[in-house]
Structure formats: C-alpha cells, structure tokens
Write a protein that binds this ligand. Structure first.
Ligand SMILES: [Zn+2]
Length: 317
C-alpha cells in the first residue's frame, strides 16, 4: 500500500507479521496492512530524508515528499534556531526534484481554513490547507504527530496539502479540501489521488472522552474510529493463555480506568471516501510518529524538543 516501505526510498523492506514479532513488540503497530517493516542493508547505511506516498507516484508532473527527521527540524519551533531551520529548509528543498521553487507555508491554527494560492504570498497565511493549480510552487504543511494529507487531481493537475490533527479532522479539513478543489478547479473526486503521511497512529494516540464525544457529534461512523481498553485488556490480548486458567472467578476489572485511542488515519481516510475519492486512490503510511521516533518527529514523545516534519507537494512545469 505504501511505497515508503520499499528500499528505493527509505531502505525499509516488508514481510508478513508473525506471532514472534508481536511478542517482541516488533510488529509495526497501527499499520493498515499485515506487513512489518524490516530494515534492509540500505537502512543501516543511509538515513532516509524523504518518504513518498504510493498513490501519488505514478504522475510525472506531480512532485511530493514527506520529510523524515533526517532532514532536520523544518519548523520554527520555540527552541529552534531560526537560522538552522532556514538552512534545513533550503537543503531539504534543494534535494527535491523541483528544487528552487518558492516554499509556501502556513501559520497553522488547527482550523478548516484553506487557501488557494497562485504565487508565494508576501505575508504569512493562517490556516491549515493550501491548494493550487500553479506550477513551480512547493505547498507545505508541518507536523509532529498530526497527519499531513496530500491530494492531487490527475485531470486538472491541481494539488492540495492539509494539516489534520484531531481538531482539524473534526472540522473536516480534508473533506472540505477536496470540495475547495472542486469549486476552484472543477476537480472531480473520481480523479483525485491522496496520500496520508506519517503521524500518530491508534497504537499511541490516547485521547480524552471529550475528543471522542466531539467526533460522535459530527460523524455517524465515529464508533469505528475509537478503541477503548482497560489496562488489563491489553495484557489479555497479548497473553490470552495466562488468563484462561489463572483468572479468579468473580474478579472484576471494572474499576480500572478506561483508555481511549483515536484512529486519526481512518478518520481522514473516511473523509476522503465521503468526498468521493475512490478507495483504490488512497494510500496511507504505516509509520507511526511515536513508534518510529527514530525516523520521525513526535510531539507526544519529545514534547517541546520535537522538531517539525514537512509535507510538500508541487506541480512540475
Ligand atoms: Zn504508535
């Protein structure tokens, strides 16, 4: 499903998950398929700078990339040196096929605001989505657990990039993004291809009840986006045999606090489907930013020290 797992781009190969992997915690948690990522020789030697989405690979006019932490911090975070971030951005862009195109970034505010651009604006735009049909621009969003989503219309050759954390997802930023492309460029959803980049997956995305309630108020399918466990359930799932015999009758685990996990990838995939994008046109990275903190930045894992990853998309002239 996801080309990043091929050694061409990241040096990671794939094979079937086995029981042994699960016991050792080696399985790729949250992956959308049943494959586990395994390092190839190239991984050990190289430090991948970019990951690419399979759904977007087949169009020569369409250029895109999701950065890894090996590209350095690409966001002006609180503790970052602005000069270092500028330097990282310059070398990241220089390594991409479109090279010296202007970079259009956003002051991201967890909104559903989407801007249509046809050049690099002189002032910073606030919002969480960018769309264009103009060639020679890099549209970018920055993330460190939130999902970057890149979409492209193969017919009108228009592109968009969106920043979707839980707030933006509740506000349907991706669904609205496809709608904006329809209004601006006459995009028909059946011609849209989409790649959901790396972000926090449901293995690691614990949320509060208020987040679950917000989704339930907005989406009929919200029940399918959450997984609830009590601490003992996890042990149960992992070691079922232990509980088969050792469980005392009448012993209750009801008092254990509930944990709620959100599947943000599925939430955004559903929005793309609801917007009319064919299922076969959507790919999603199996990489969780928390689990793969060696390769990606994660705010949950690194707090204020977390750098920012960048997702970029552009149209070749
Ligand atoms: Zn994870």
């Amino acid at each position: 499903m996801w080309i990043s797992a091929t050694k061409d781009y990241t040096g990671w190969g794939r094979r079937e998950v086995t029981n042994d992997d699960e016991e050792k915690g080696k399985a790729a948690p949250g992956s959308l398929d049943t494959m586990v990522l395994v390092p190839t020789k190239a991984t050990i030697k190289s430090r991948p700078i970019v990951i690419r989405g399979e759904a977007l690979e087949k169009f020569p006019w369409l250029l895109h990339a999701f950065s890894t932490r090996h590209a350095g911090n690409l966001g002006f975070t609180k503790d970052a040196s602005p000069r270092a971030v500028e330097r990282n951005r310059t070398s990241f862009i220089a390594g991409l096929p479109g090279k010296a195109w202007p970079l259009v970034t956003l002051r991201q505010i967890h909104s559903d605001l989407i801007h249509q651009v046809s050049d690099a604006p002189g002032h910073p735009l606030s919002g969480d989505g960018l769309i264009t049909r103009t060639a020679g621009l890099w549209l970018a969003v920055q993330t460190a657990d939130c999902l970057p989503v890149i979409v492209a219309d193969r017919r009108s050759r228009a592109v968009g990039v969106f920043h979707a954390g839980w707030r933006g997802t509740v506000k349907r930023i991706v669904e609205k993004g496809v709608g904006e492309m329809r209004r601006s460029f006459g995009t028909r959803p059946k011609n849209v291809y989409a790649a959901i980049g790396p972000g926090v997956h449901d293995c690691c995305y614990q949320v509060g009840a208020e987040v679950r309630d917000r989704f339930h108020s907005q989406f009929a399918y919200a029940g399918e986006l959450f997984r609830e466990t009590r601490d003992s359930d996890e042990i149960h799932e992992r070691y079922p045999l232990l509980f088969l015999t050792a469980r005392a009758p009448g012993h209750s685990e009801e008092h254990l606090p509930k944990k709620i996990f959100l599947d943000l990838v599925e939430a955004n995939r559903r929005q793309l489907l609801d917007a009319g994008v064919p299922e076969t046109h959507i790919s999603a990275s199996p990489l969780c930013t928390v689990c793969r903190n060696d390769l990606l930045f994660s705010y949950r894992k690194e707090k204020d020290a977390a750098g920012r990853l960048m997702a970029v998309v552009g149209i070749s002239r």
